[in-house]
Design a protein around this ligand. Structure first.
Ligand code: HEC
Length: 150
């Protein structure tokens, strides 16, 4: 048992090293934490949050994927312009899309969605911007069991 533990401990730095190399190419800004600790995500900027939370399923370039499951493309997706719908997806999820409401603050939800809408949704930065207040509104509507109509 003790030997096994030693082996595991020795293997740990190797793992960390491998993960390090794998993430360097798409690494977010140096000021962003590389790993999230605990239950909440620590990344703050839209690009860093997208890379940490969304890219695995929707792909780094937003083109989505088809394989074991179907992950819709965010690139040129007209539904991104529907703010309450897009917020609802990120906060509450739907079918194979996990909801991130419990792990993200309103500011983080607004940041990642603003980024996605500007980068993939074809919107100007002004039109793409989602505010934390809008995120809070959709969050509260879900908690109250009502829908937000805009
Ligand atoms: C575990 C895989 C997974 C992750 C991680 C994920 N998504 Fe999704 N996403 C999906 C799937 C699957 C759907 C389709 C859900 C459905 O069937 O309605 C989806 C749907 C969406 C939609 C609606 C698209 C449409 O055409 O209706 C948006 C917007 C979206 N995701 C944004 C995001 C954002 C932003 C993130 C990161 C915060 C993210 N997703 C993370 C799997 C994922």
């Amino acid at each position: 048992m003790k030997a096994l533990l030693t082996v595991l401990l020795l293997a740990l730095p190797a793992f960390a090293g491998a993960a390090d190399t794998a993430t360097t190419s798409a690494a977010p800004a140096a000021s962003e934490p590389r790993f999230s600790s605990g239950w909440r995500f620590e990344q703050r900027s839209g690009p860093a949050l997208y890379g940490a939370l969304c890219a695995a399923c929707h792909m780094p370039d937003g083109r989505g994927a088809r394989g074991a499951g179907s992950y819709p493309a965010l690139q040129a997706n007209p539904r991104l312009a529907a703010t309450p719908y897009a917020l609802h997806m990120v906060l509450n999820g739907h079918r194979a899309m996990p909801g991130f409401g419990r792990q993200l603050s309103d500011e983080q939800v607004a940041a990642v969605l603003s980024h996605v809408r500007e980068r993939f949704g074809g919107l100007t930065p002004e039109a793409a911007r989602v505010t934390p207040a809008e995120a809070a509104e959709v969050r509260q509507a879900a908690q109250a069991g009502t829908a937000v109509a805009h």
